[in-house]
Write a protein of this length. Structure first.
Length: 710
């Protein structure tokens, strides 16, 4: 290794100093002895070699240390350039070339001005050249320039920030080069543009949104609000809200919410501002009154550590919407109620139409068709004019044609028509229909159709017919009643006059032998008069439903025998009476008093109507009823009398003993009121049979051994 001149000078000075020091200590004479000079020279040489070796070692050590330090610096520079997306290049003022440095600090490329300008936008490169020329002339020592690069292979435009620094060289007189630190800020620029666009869109949405936008900082202080929110909360303008320092905790919409733990939340609030004091919530200052329905979305903004940075809210005042919904709901409820009432009304009308057998009728003069329906809005039958005419019986077809003709000419008078139809009901009776039609007009006042009702008048017509018949019967009954009253007055006066007459004979001159005859006639006529009055009184009680029926358990076999004998007490000796009793014992629950009266009166009628021959009485129990039959061989009853024999005003002409004719009406009325029936069969010259059926309950029955069971 070759020592540099300054190092040799240092070594020589050190040797000379060592020699001088040594001479001063030992004396010059001793030091400069000939025999010692060679030793000194050798020693000095050895010391010099040692020093040279030591200095060379130190130099190598320092060089190695500097190299390691330089490599570390290069690594750091490389790391910085890579992580910071940086690049170094040097502009040589003398050659005007641009030297590009690699990440290791070595020159990687040499550009002339034309080549280097191709890497950047033309206008931006002119700014760079201007800055370089000014620094080359010493006007500036540093500068900062922003440039836009050309599109790369991926059609991506790069943006650069360049920091320029002047290098004055060793003499510090002239600028030899300009060092440039080039920073690729493309991604940052794109990110800034995106952020700018996002902020622009955000502010556009924030300020022009139709919903309320509110921003609170981390301390809950209102920092921004859009015009829609100002209008919703009755604020005059945005600046008033921001300057007012309104606190989130004083907002009634969000009172009591812990925002430190809150995540994105959608809320719906109902606030009555009358419940909040003006000192805290400033409701009077803001002019907030009444109730408000508010719907909002709360979005807490947090940093990477999860700490709250701010609160962004969006919402809207839905009071009008809610109230409108409530009004619509109430209107819908009222509409449902009205619809329900209308439906019930229609259902009631349809039910009334079905029950009353009424049909709705529509006649259209334009189509000449008649429509029948049994429900509102329905259609059951369509009839042409010809079918309408043929619907009626022949004697009503002319009237039907006349009514149709009047409707075809659109008469404004109501129409009414009752007809007998060719249709028959289940009894094969003709059906009567009544039509009532009124004209229906359109908006212009012209008649467009006829609407009305069709009623089934069959029952009414038949009822009217029966009423006429009943009227005739009532007239006949009135005549019979008058005849009965005449007869009754005669029947009552006759025995009464007889009693009075024979009683007066006792006061006149008479033979005492005749008094027995007078008394007998008085007794007989008094009994007849008493019997007549009793029958009339009992019949009156029957008509007034004043008779009470009490069932008791009796042995009907014995009961029947006794009452038959009582009824035959006045039978003619020439008449044979026969009782057919099929039971030895028949325990039945009956009204013994009135059933006995029926048996007695039927037997009395047979005894009074029969002068010779036979009277046969019998009974039988079958299917919960006892049927009693009394058959005689008397004169019989004519057919004209037989039709009204149960009437109260008809007297049996075959009654030889002068009965009043009230026995059979009493028998029939008693039997019917006990749930039974009474019938009669008779033929003139052959006799009469009366059948009476009485419902009853038999507890026990024992047939006679000589009679077969049914």
């Amino acid at each position: 290794m070759r020592l540099q001149p300054h190092r040799w000078l240092i070594v020589s000075v050190l040797l000379l100093v060592s020699l001088v020091v040594c001479a001063q200590r030992t004396g010059l004479e001793y030091v400069f002895k000939p025999d010692r000079i060679i030793s000194y020279l050798v020693a000095v040489f050895l010391i010099g070699v040692f020093l040279l070796l030591f200095l060379n070692f130190v130099y190598r050590f320092r060089e190695q240390d500097a190299k390691v330090s330089n490599e570390r610096q290069n690594q750091r520079l490389t790391h910085v350039l890579r992580t910071g997306n940086l690049q170094l290049w040097i502009y040589n003022v003398r050659t005007q070339h641009y030297l590009l440095l690699s990440e290791t600090g070595e020159y990687s490329h040499d550009y002339n001005p034309i080549e280097f300008s191709q890497l950047f936008d033309r206008d931006d490169f002119e700014k760079l050249r201007k800055a370089i020329f000014e620094m080359s002339e010493g006007k500036k020592t540093s500068d900062f320039v922003e440039l836009k690069g050309i599109r790369d292979s991926e059609d991506k435009v790069h943006y650069y920030e360049m920091t320029l620094s002047a290098d004055h060289g060793k003499r510090h007189r002239t600028i030899e080069s300009i060092i440039c630190l080039q920073h690729d800020v493309t991604d940052e620029r794109i990110r800034k543009e995106k952020v700018s666009k996002t902020l622009m869109r955000f502010h556009t949405v924030f300020n022009s949104s139709l919903v309320d936008m509110i921003y609170y900082d981390k301390d809950g202080v209102l920092r921004d609000i859009n015009d829609t929110a100002c209008q919703a909360f009755n604020l005059p303008n945005r600046q008033f809200a921001v300057d007012g320092q309104f606190l989130l905790k004083n907002n009634p919409m969000y009172a009591g919410i812990d925002f430190d733990k809150l995540e994105n939340t959608r809320t719906t609030s109902l606030v009555d501002f009358g419940n909040y004091t003006d000192e805290v919530y400033q409701t009077e200052k803001l002019g907030l009154r009444g109730k408000m329905y508010y719907e909002s979305t709360i979005n807490p903004i947090r940093n990477d550590q999860g700490k709250l940075e701010g609160i962004y809210m969006s919402g809207r005042n839905v009071t009008e919407m809610v109230e409108s919904f409530h009004r619509q709901k109430e209107g819908a409820r009222q509409l449902r109620d009205a619809t329900k009432n209308i439906r019930e009304y229609i259902d009631n009308i349809n039910y009334a139409l079905r029950v009353s057998d009424v049909r709705l009728v529509n006649y259209n003069p334009s189509t000449f068709t008649l429509e029948l329906s049994n429900t509102i809005g329905g259609s059951q039958l369509h009839l042409s004019q010809l079918r309408c005419i043929r619907l009626g019986s022949p004697r009503f077809r002319r009237a039907i044609s006349s009514v149709l003709n009047r409707m075809d000419h659109r008469t404004e008078l109501p129409l009414e028509l009752s007809i007998e139809t060719e249709i028959r009901d289940e009894r094969r009776h003709p059906i009567w229909l009544q039509f009532n039609m009124v004209p229906m007009k359109d908006e212009e006042g012209k008649i467009e159709r006829y609407f009305g009702l069709c009623r089934n008048m069959t029952q009414m017509v038949e009822t009217e017919h029966r009423l006429n018949q009943e009227r005739e019967k009532a007239h006949e009954a009135e005549q019979l009643k008058q005849s009965f009253l005449t007869n009754m007055s005669y029947e009552i006066r006759t025995p009464l006059n007889t009693v009075v007459g024979f009683a007066e004979l006792f006061e006149a001159d008479h033979d005492e032998a005749d008094e027995a005859l007078f008394v007998d006639e008085i007794k007989r006529n008094s009994n007849s008069l008493l019997l007549l009055v009793n029958d009339i009184l009992f019949l009156s009680r029957l008509d007034a439903n004043m008779i009470e029926y009490n069932k008791v358990e009796v042995d009907f076999s014995l009961f029947f025998d006794s009452y038959c004998q009582m009824g035959w007490s006045s039978v003619s000796p020439e008449v044979k009476t026969i009782i057919e009793n099929p039971y030895e014992s028949l325990m039945a629950e009956i009204d013994s008093e009135h059933v006995g009266m029926i048996i007695q009166k039927v037997c009395q009628r047979a005894a009074n109507s029969t002068t010779r021959g036979t009277i046969r009485a019998k009974y039988e129990y079958f299917h919960g009823a006892i049927t009693i039959g009394v058959e005689d061989t008397g004169a019989g009853i004519s057919q004209s009398q037989l039709d009204n024999i149960f009437e109260r005003y008809v007297k049996d002409d075959g009654d030889e003993n002068g009965r009043t004719g009230l026995d059979l009406p009493i028998v029939k009325t008693l039997a019917e009121q006990m749930g039974g029936t009474a019938e009669i069969q008779s033929e003139v010259g052959k006799g009469t049979t009366v059948w009476v059926t009485i419902p009853c309950e038999v507890k026990n029955k024992v047939k006679r051994s000589d009679i077969q069971s049914l």
